[in-house]
Design a protein around this ligand. Structure first.
Ligand code: ZN
Length: 358
């Protein structure tokens, strides 16, 4: 029987049921062909939202993670966009103590940066698609984090950026953290800020790579079950950063909020997209656009992005242009979080058409 991966409750309700879209990996058409249906369920007991990962989806995701295209967004530190993302994340990481562990360290960008700033830190990074050994002052370990992985040391600070939403057995990951974090140590993790997307019906919510869609109540439940207290929650650029430790604090109550209306709100946005996007220019090659194109009838459009790693490549059969090459009468900016920045860029470039968001 299907159960909640956070609280193990069994009363799960479907809140999203949509036809198959490409399994989004941020890779262009020639490396991105697999289609898979989209479904989300919400647990009425703790409010957690999750996918039902059956063996066929598990196999697809395993192949994605062992490939070079594991990340949903541009790799940290790569290109203009990867550098901008890295800078905003580094500001959130306040190192505590000397022994530091990053779970899911990808290319090790953050750890290498911490080593450059302070060579006395003992830095360890675990990544299933990564390297092994001491590189640039960082101990890298190529592995999946499970409770059976024993590092025979404890850490003062464990952090995981954009990892907890991907991990199938999150309770098992928490067992590993309990075993490896010093009693007085601190835990920091970031996950997508899903509540604002659920409230508005935003099409960016769903991604095949994201098993988990944490809500305030399911985060509180997860932390509580493993003896942690949430100290602060910061919201930044579509992510939330949770700072937790075993030191007791008074947490604000997090009542369970259910989102049975999500799909109806989403359908209204898709209808708006359907009525405006034909022959428009669409800015922002991202997961949200992948969903919109999969769930609407929009077929003919131009495509733009200011991520230099995407310009010139073909996505959904359309080559990506630079913003300065866009001359369509209408331009729709897809990523809501960066809408204002992108809009200003087009105005500065002298774009004279109709400019809107979704
Ligand atoms: Zn639950």
């Amino acid at each position: 029987m299907l159960e909640c991966l956070v609280c193990t409750g069994s009363d799960l309700h479907v809140i999203l049921d949509k036809p198959a879209v490409r399994v989004w990996t941020n890779a262009p058409d020639d490396k991105n062909k697999i289609l898979y249906p989209c479904m989300l369920l919400q647990c009425t007991s703790c409010g957690h939202i999750q996918q039902n990962v059956d063996p066929s989806l598990q196999e697809i995701l395993n192949n994605v993670y062992s490939s070079a295209n594991a990340q949903l967004s541009t790799v940290l530190g790569v290109g203009n966009w990867g550098t901008a993302r890295a800078e905003s994340i580094l500001k959130k990481i306040h190192v505590f103590g000397k022994k530091i562990l990053e779970i899911g360290c990808a290319n090790g960008y953050i750890l290498r940066h911490l080593h450059e700033k302070n060579p006395h830190l003992e830095l360890t990074g675990i990544e299933p698609s990564g390297e092994n050994g001491l590189i640039d002052g960082v101990h890298f370990l190529r592995a999946f984090v499970t409770s059976s992985l024993k590092l025979r040391k404890t850490f003062d600070f464990i952090f995981a950026i954009g990892v907890f939403e991907h991990v199938m057995d999150i309770r098992d990951t928490m067992r590993f953290i309990v075993d490896h974090l010093d009693q007085h140590g601190k835990l920091l993790f970031s996950v997508p800020h899903t509540e604002s997307l659920l409230e508005t019906g935003c099409p960016s919510l769903f991604s095949h790579e994201h098993i988990h869609y944490y809500t305030s109540s399911s985060l509180a439940r997860l932390m509580h079950d493993f003896g942690f207290y949430i100290h602060t929650i910061e919201i930044d650029r579509g992510s939330i950063y949770i700072h937790a430790s075993r030191i007791k604090t008074t947490e604000p109550a997090a009542p369970v909020q259910l989102y049975p209306q999500y799909q109806q709100l989403l359908d209204e946005i898709i209808a708006m997209f359907d009525s405006t996007a034909h022959h428009a220019a669409l800015h922002g090659v991202c997961n949200k656009l992948n969903n919109l194109l999969g769930w609407s009838s929009v077929k003919h459009f131009d495509l733009a992005d200011n991520d230099e790693t995407k310009v010139g490549k073909v996505f959904w059969g359309v080559p990506v242009k630079k913003p300065e090459q866009i001359t369509n009468e209408r331009l729709i900016i897809i990523p809501s979080v960066f809408f204002q920045d992108i809009k200003e860029k087009y105005i500065a470039l002298g774009y004279g058409g109709l400019l809107s968001s979704l």
